[in-house]
Design a protein around this ligand. Structure first.
Ligand code: SF4
Length: 168
């Protein structure tokens, strides 16, 4: 009898998540890899209760190869402290795994991913959700949200793939 992803041992789910991370390193599902430094996959424990999903890596995340290490990470940390969630096990990731930007002088300015790029990259987000199987996914902004939650607006938790998704 096959078991649902949530029932698989954490060790197996960790292996599958690591495999997805390695595959995403050479992803060419859309054109965003061309101008980014590297793929920025999600990070955190495979048995996290909460998954936080941002829009895309920023300038510092692109260089470090890790999500939420730049200014957005500091804002998130403060917000989690204020909400009393700092000690909760969280997995953090982005809806799009490559940094989209345009040059302005010496700076790299963030550009919003388009619908085709979001759709292409949803492939990886769905794998993260399948292997981590969090109880709650919090989409940090409309662009970060899986489509079903986006359609229902902020603050409404919606079931999606057997978990609850809410938009903040
Ligand atoms: S943004 Fe996502 S879908 Fe596009 S190349 Fe990067 S990892 Fe692949």
């Amino acid at each position: 009898m096959s078991r649902k992803p949530s029932e698989r041992p954490a060790r197996l789910r960790q292996l599958r998540l690591d495999e997805a991370r390695r595959e995403a390193d050479s992803c060419r599902r859309c054109d965003l890899w061309r101008s980014a430094t590297q793929t920025v996959f999600g990070a955190g424990p495979v048995d996290a209760d909460v998954m936080l999903v941002g829009e895309q890596p920023g300038d510092q995340e692109d260089k470090a190869g890790k999500p939420f290490v730049g200014p957005a990470g500091r804002v998130l940390e403060d917000a989690l402290q204020a909400a009393g969630l700092a000690a909760t096990k969280q997995y953090v990731t982005n809806a799009v795994k490559h940094f989209k930007w345009e040059p302005r002088g010496k700076r790299r300015i963030h550009l919003k991913p388009n619908p085709a790029q979001l759709l292409a990259c949803q492939y990886w987000l769905e794998q993260e959700i399948e292997f981590v199987k969090p109880k709650l996914v919090v989409a940090l902004g409309a662009t970060a949200s899986p489509r079903p939650a986006r359609q229902h607006g902020a603050g409404v938790a919606r079931p999606w793939q057997g978990i609850h998704v809410t938009l903040r």
